[in-house]
Ligand binder design. Structure first.
Ligand code: LLP
Length: 384
């Protein structure tokens, strides 16, 4: 059991469901990230989309990470949390004029751009307010990520990035856009990537692309390799911290870096996933025709990953006193059959009122919560 009797007692005082963030796990993770980024002089941006909780952001900012945002509101949240705008990258395939203006007014580090039209609009808006925008072109490297197809982003069939064949024409166009300054190139091939060979392939592709820029005598001051490092959803207690050593090691080994170039990363999941659990209470235990259901008070409204991506999250019963085990489908209260956190899970026998913890829920959990069925906003508890 990964929770102490004292923690379980404290859980009983709070109305469920709630997210429980263990900030000690987050700090331990950030220390490792800091160690490697210093060792290799890498710049790590935290991808706010994974978890934009202010308390968590404050802590991440203290460890010197930059921010990676995908909306105007994320840019504003990052600024509110204390991130310097000069460390904020703003990505996203569909930025509105209002969002672009937010980024321009804060003089952010870079707009990661994905189309000619986007470049034209940013140029026009920058001219209107008499400023220049720093641009990183998001390129589609056509590199496989071996992950769920919904979170694969770097293939020709995906909507993301500029295809390499369009690059020469885009560079010609950019030369005419006087309120833009090309500073870097950006990639992101997908998320929850555990086979590091995919990152090696990305590095080799980037090396070819950088050669092309060298030939054109275009100086890129930064290469942003995106995020995507996966975590161990099956064994969160055995591997509470992602394999940053080998991940950064792959880039160190395979990415050829020019002396003037900074290497940037945008990590979300690997930083925050393991510090969060969704704590929920068993409402009813129901004997079906073929199955036993444990119906809990958290639903896909609080954690949509299992319903949306068939994602696996470990489920732990917080019942130290239970002596027998039973196989359950753990389901939520929402009126959808996809509202299921796990099928055929063997757990200590559950009673009404028992607590369960859905693990590895710190990333893409709270941020993706919805009010469907007029659910209440999910509560949060922190362990300092
Ligand atoms: N940079 C870009 C451009 C991205 O699109 C993403 C994630 C990241 C960085 C951060 O990726 P990470 O290090 O967290 O893998 N909701 C899904 C994940 C969606 C990821 C979207 N993009 C899930 O729950 O698995």
């Amino acid at each position: 059991m990964s929770f102490t009797a004292q923690q379980i007692q404290s859980f009983k005082k709070i109305e469920t469901p709630f997210y429980y963030y263990d900030l000690r796990v987050l700090r331990a993770t950030l220390e490792i990230v800091q160690q490697y980024s210093k060792q290799y002089e890498y710049v790590v941006h935290y991808a706010l989309k994974a978890n934009a909780n202010l308390r968590i952001l404050h802590l991440i900012e203290k460890y010197g990470l930059g921010a990676d945002c995908v909306s105007g509101n994320e840019v504003l949240r990052a600024v509110e949390a204390g991130f310097s705008p000069s460390h904020i990258a703003f990505a996203g395939v569909g930025k509105t004029d209002k969002e672009i203006l937010t980024g321009l007014r804060h003089h952010i580090f870079s707009f990661n751009c994905e189309s000619v039209q986007e470049l034209e609009v940013i140029n026009e808006l920058a001219a209107q307010i008499n400023t220049k925008a720093r641009i990183a072109l998001r390129l589609n490297p056509n590199v496989e990520a071996d992950t769920h197809h919904y979170i694969t982003t770097g293939l020709h069939e995906n909507k993301f990035g500029i295809s390499l064949q369009d690059l020469p024409a885009i560079l010609d166009k950019m030369a005419q856009l006087k309120n833009l300054e090309l500073t870097g190139i950006h990639f992101h091939i997908g998320s929850q990537i555990t086979n590091l060979d995919n990152f090696k392939k990305l590095c080799l592709k980037i090396n070819e692309i950088v050669k092309f820029f060298d030939e054109k005598q275009i100086k890129l001051t930064h290469i942003n390799v995106g995020g995507g490092l996966g975590i161990d959803y099956l064994q969160p207690n055995v591997n509470p911290i992602a394999d940053f050593a080998n991940y950064f090691g792959v880039f160190h080994q395979y990415l050829q870096r020019r002396p003037h170039q900074a290497i940037h990363f945008e990590l979300g999941r690997a930083i925050v996933a393991q510090c969060g659990s969704l704590i929920s209470k068993v409402l009813f235990v129901k004997e079906g025709q073929q199955k036993k259901f444990a119906i809990i008070d958290a639903g896909m409204t609080e954690l949509i990953r299992p319903a949306l991506y068939q994602a696996h999250h470990e489920i732990e019963a917080l019942t130290p006193e239970a002596t027998t085990a039973t196989v359950y489908d753990i389901v939520g209260p929402i009126c959808e059959s996809s509202d299921c956190f796990g099928t055929d899970r063997k757990l200590p026998t559950l009673q009404r009122g028992d607590l369960v913890a859905i693990r590895s829920a710190g990333a893409y959990g709270e941020v993706m919560a919805s009010q469907y069925n007029l659910r209440e906003k999910v509560r949060v508890l922190y362990n300092e």
